[in-house]
Design a protein around this ligand. Sequence first.
Ligand SMILES: [Zn+2]
Length: 301
Amino acid sequence: MFQTTIQGEVGTHGVGLHTGVQSTIRLVPAPADTGIVFRRVDLDLFPIEAHGRNVARVSYATSLMKKGVLLSTTEHLLAAIYSCGIDNIFVDIDAIEVPILDGSAEPFMQLLDQAGIRKLRRKRRYLKVVKPVEVVENGRRIGVYPAEEFEVHCYVDFPHPLVGQQEVEMVVNAGSFRQVLSRARTFCFETDIEPLRAMGLIRGGSLENAIVLTHDGVLNGPLRYPDEFGRHKALDLIGDLALAGLPLLGRVEARKAGHSLHTQLVSRLLADPTSWEITTQEHRTLGHQAREIAAPAGAAD
Ligand SMILES: [Zn+2]
């Protein structure tokens, strides 16, 4: 299995969910062993590697920071790049936040399709988990365990008639991500909008880029899937796991987790070299189907 990059340059632009700042991103091919690297075009191409060591404050989105230079809301774009098995890429961006677009990873998948994937002449290196690593916090938990492939099991439970308990279980690859998760959008509760605005967040939020849950329904339906919320959380999880810096061989189990727990897991994993090894050994993906377990979700409109 060889490393990859993209064939050609592609780009898009839009508003950042939290800052409300317009930005343009350009995806650029990168040589082997580069990894996924953001470059701030407005700061002389200052590079910020998509790596656990650069995780900054994490609350409603994942932000990276290096030497005081911040980059926000990386998770949806990283989920698409990571699931597609793109090892090396520059993400050139001219502002502080990745555009939210429609709130899902689908527009990023379309960009990557447009760019095409190119194989490089260097063996891919995997981060293979050999020992469990867990983070537990107030009834929320996340752990990563040894496995031959990159698998996730993501469980959410929100007290809302349209959400409740939802879970996704899958082997992550380009096909399963596209089919099961890529179209699931960001969501928020209507009652959280004012508090979030008061905190200076969701300045770019709109009914075009987030599902808004009312007391007992959805303000801007229809949903793309009855369990779109659980699927989106799994999408977020994969985007944060990209910060491992290499493709993972391991099974990640998340229970009512979020960006903070996701990134704590990555940091804890990377900080303990006895819990993983680097291997170039190819993993098997043939013969596996994406498995999803749809919870007894309420009917969506
Ligand atoms: Zn998200």
